[in-house]
Design a protein around this ligand. Structure first.
Ligand SMILES: NC(=O)C1=CN([C@@H]2O[C@H](COP(=O)(O)OP(=O)(O)OC[C@H]3O[C@@H](n4cnc5c(N)ncnc54)[C@H](O)[C@@H]3O)[C@@H](O)[C@H]2O)C=CC1
Ligand SMILES: O=C(CO)COP(=O)(O)O
Length: 344
């Protein structure tokens, strides 16, 4: 297969390496970097020093740059959109006439533009990835690749499993063909909404568990937080039309456990740093990578309010990120809630 990966951050690069080195089937992989100087350095040194340092890029991996990305789609069998949520709309707009199956890998919702605490009308809150696609590139055959996958581990060929979600069988099949290997199992799912919700909400919950661990609240607290987080992720997803089983799968429970407990997580790191008294700006700047939970927490909270879905952990994370609560106050706000039924 010919595979084009648009975006040379940590995850785009790791997926390009993984497909390029797939022992099950030889693929010709092209990796596009937005930054021309980064592309030049990667071509010269065979390493992505900025986003995935220490990993040798396969000789067969073609690295390109330049504007008008749609021109790189000719002759491809699959296009991976490797940008974070903030770059998805622009990429989709550029690819709106593309006839090749496309999959995004970002885990978030579009950032809300309203002020803290402000309630927006339902039609103007931030969108999920498939909603952005429906708005700007409705003809595209598209889907999402998600699941528990730290880029560094995948790039080293350590085993994991992913989920390829799309309403189109062809998109799911191409994703399996591209990435399924003895090191990476790729499962299919047609519940695009559920897979996207899992990928986005787990990032918010990872900020919460980072905070919990940073405050030394204990292992019991962390387990309770993850479990109640899963409950609110599922309530939100069901209200958006997802299937419950998806949240017991790789993009729900799987990615939540990984990101909430794994120290490679950037979202978890944000929570840990906030617990140490760092400002949000200091925490985000020190990462050098994107932490999607920071940008989508408010959008998720707004959409949940419009849907009448209770998401207390997400609301506490929003209050914390907006500087309306200190870490200890956020914990107190969650613990002092009125008793309620476990299953709602
Ligand atoms: N790193 C990981 O382990 C994984 C990341 N993801 C998701 O993949 C997405 C990308 O994450 P990473 O590659 O880790 O990010 P990163 O922080 O390593 O790299 C970000 C990349 O996106 C580009 N970029 C930044 N803003 C952009 C914009 N507005 N428009 C276009 N491009 C832009 C940067 O130039 C850079 O190439 C995120 O949504 C993340 O949640 C998913 C699975 C694993
Ligand atoms: O999505 C991820 C692993 O599946 C990466 O999580 P972070 O963005 O928190 O590092």
């Amino acid at each position: 297969m010919n595979i084009l990966v648009l975006g040379a951050g940590a995850w785009g690069t790791a997926l390009a390496v993984s497909a390029s080195a797939n022992p099950r089937q030889a693929h010709q992989v092209t990796l596009w970097a937005r930054d021309a100087s980064q592309a030049r350095a990667m071509r010269a040194d065979h390493v992505n020093a900025r986003y995935l340092p220490g990993l040798h890029l396969p000789e067969g991996l073609r690295i390109v740059d330049g504007t008008d990305v749609a021109r790189f789609c000719g002759g491809q069998d699959l296009v991976i959109l490797g940008a974070p949520m903030a770059g998805l709309r622009e990429l989709l707009q550029e690819l709106r006439d593309c006839r090749v199956p496309v999959a995004w890998i970002c885990k978030g919702l579009e950032r809300s533009r309203s002020a803290a605490g402000e309630t927006q009308p339902a039609q103007s809150v931030g969108l999920m990835a498939h909603e952005v696609q429906a708005e700007v590139a409705p003809q595209l055959l598209s889907g999402v690749l998600s699941g528990p996958s730290f880029a560094q581990e995948v790039a080293l060929g350590r085993p994991t499993a992913l989920v390829a979600a799309s309403a189109h069988a062809l998109v799911r099949e191409r994703l399996v063909q591209a990435f399924h290997s003895p090191r990476l199992r790729v499962y299919e799912n047609d519940d695009l909404v559920g897979v996207e919700v899992g990928g986005a909400v787990k990032n918010i919950l990872a900020i919460a568990t980072g905070l919990c661990d940073g405050l030394n609240l204990g292992l019991n607290a962390r387990a309770a937080l993850i479990t109640r987080g899963l409950a609110e992720m599922m309530r939100f997803g069901l209200a958006l039309g997802a299937r419950a089983e998806t949240f017991m799968g790789l993009s729900g429970l799987g990615d939540l456990v990984l990101t909430a407990t794994g120290d490679l997580s950037r979202n978890r790191k944000v929570g840990l740093l906030l617990a140490q008294g760092k400002t949000l700006n200091e925490a985000v700047t020190s990462l050098g990578h994107v932490a999607e939970g920071v940008y989508c927490a408010r959008t998720v909270a707004q959409r949940a309010r419009h849907l009448g879905v209770d998401m207390p952990i997400t609301e506490a994370v929003v209050a914390l990120l907006d500087g309306e609560m200190q870490p200890q106050q956020a914990v107190q706000a969650l613990m002092e809630r009125e008793p309620s039924s476990e299953i709602r």
